[in-house]
Design a protein around this ligand. Sequence first.
Ligand SMILES: [Zn+2]
Length: 230
Amino acid sequence: MIWRDFLGFLFPPECLVCRQALQLGEQHVCFTCLGQLPRTFFWSWPQHPIQKPLGDTLPVAGVHSWLFFSEHNSVRPLVHHIKYGGGAALASYLASQAALEMGTGLIGGSPVFIPVPLHPAKLRQRGYNQSLCLARGLQQVWGGSIEEEALCRLRHTKTQTGMNKEERKKNLSNAMAWSQIGESAEAASAIVLVDDVLTTGATLAACWEVVPESLKVKTHVWTLAAAFGS
Ligand SMILES: [Zn+2]
């Protein structure tokens, strides 16, 4: 412990966005950068502007994305850290911050969170499923439960970077399967599919397709960020 404090004194943890040393009470991102992350604020709009174009492939009860993602904004280093830099704790922290801002009214008082699964090989390589870490952060604030194994990936899919909408859809066809989940799902205020970044919605659509019909009417999508034109 003393050794860790000493290292912390020599090399104080830095903000992942501005690289300044973090101050007391700050975690992963300094309060200034956290406050300046580009919010979508779509959750407070009566008609969600992302939901409409997704309507055909993802006719869910609600799409809730906290931040804008782009290759050039401050969200990119955070998403990169979550996916490739061992940022499991960062994922939970950001999701809890998002949940505090978005409020419990969004999805009711007893949601069931279902993380988008990783293929087991990818999970072994990464060591954690970032969507599960995000779900944990949401649950800390919103309550409810997490059904970690409700969805599973049947096969390994190619990385989707650079693919268009049709290619992504083909890549993901029959990639997901639904496992039985507890009775809590029937009584839940909402089923919430959780993912890191919403791009074309192909991954989430592949998940939504295998959700049982009785649950589809109250199935929402929550993502940390949404990208336009990617
Ligand atoms: Zn900062």
